[in-house]
Design a protein around this ligand. Sequence first.
Ligand code: LLP
Length: 421
Amino acid sequence: MDHFIYKNGALFAEDVAISEIAAAVGTPFYVYSTATLLRHFQAFDDALDGMEHLVCYAMKANSNQAVLRTLAQAGAGMDVVSGGEYLRAKAAGVPGERIVFSGVGKTAEEITLALEGGIRQFNVESEPEMVVLDAVARKLGVVAPITIRVNPDVDAKTHAKIATGKSENKFGIPIARAREVYQLAASMSGLKIIGIDVHIGSQLTDLAPFEQAYQKVAELCGILRADGHDIMRLDLGGGLGIPYEKGNTAPPSPVEYGAMVQKTLGHLDCEIEIEPGRLIAGNAGLMVSEVIYVKSGEGRDFLILDGAMNDLIRPAMYEAHHDIVAVIEPAVGVDQQPYDIVGPVCESGDTFAKQRMMPPLAAGDLVAFRSAGAYGAVMASEYNSRPLIPEVLVHGDQFAVIRPRPTFDEMINRDTIPEWL
Ligand code: LLP
């Protein structure tokens, strides 16, 4: 559930009309709902009630500092995957002891940043990384708390580009080699083993792959404890999917996910960490765009928007579906018609939807892409020299620009011309 609803025939974000924001900031823009962000965080937090736990929001999904602070003030930790994300979380006010460092290629510089600034744990992904982490920690005279990410070889049954738990994927160490790698970690004086980490993919719409992976983790926990390791914490990753299409069966809820976690891992007396990104931010955001032209093509009509693939890459990159709705509510009984909905970028991949049924629209009308709060603004680029679009946060009847649209000059003046030219 989200807080983007029609009131008196117009789309609102909480108590603010989308058209009011469009008039203030121009289109296209992203808009996020505080109440929806908090609701989704709370759903996870409640679902793990009864187990010691921390919900570490995977900030790669949406890393605007206003979003981070909203969640951190509600008690969230953060899952970061780069030095930049680490510093951004710190800048938003998240204490180091609530920041988990994931990612397959942490550099010595990034590790140093986190060890100096304070960190809850590193989720180590490989032996070479472990060697570097150990060396950096010893050089700084500290001990780095670690889990090791195991790859359980489970098919997450999601889009290939976002599946991470199969043996052919680059993530984690093969679970079959876990004992030997934990043994190696235990021999390194710069490291302290505290748990196990697993993450099998994103936009999972079925609990079965999670359960399969978590059962393997439970079994491994017993084995590692018998080997003498102090396994106190299980980081279960993120990945629970969201409903992208109205009318489709919704994926399992955080409540169902939490019950499955309790069932498979509750008996181990471990602290549970989860790293949801999409489920917290996805349906808490819209991308709003204006129709520039309606063009009649051969056998089809194109809606040409001012938003494009550089602003929201998911349809071009993953053939992802986003519901697109008119900001003025269509009258009951109005005949819908098919449109190809495209942006102005010069490639055919700049297509958001083909033959999508929409109410009749004209130049100047606003449309909103739903479920755009996660992996939207963070994946945007300036391709075609289109400035990054602004982000707006709504809170009840208030709204604020949380990242302004750069001017053309700001964008252009970042380039520097070598002396010889
Ligand atoms: N933890 C780790 C280690 C991850 O790699 C990810 C996502 C998450 C947590 C959060 O997963 P979530 O709960 O958001 O599913 N750009 C793609 C999604 C990439 C996900 C990458 N890793 C998309 O737009 O669908």
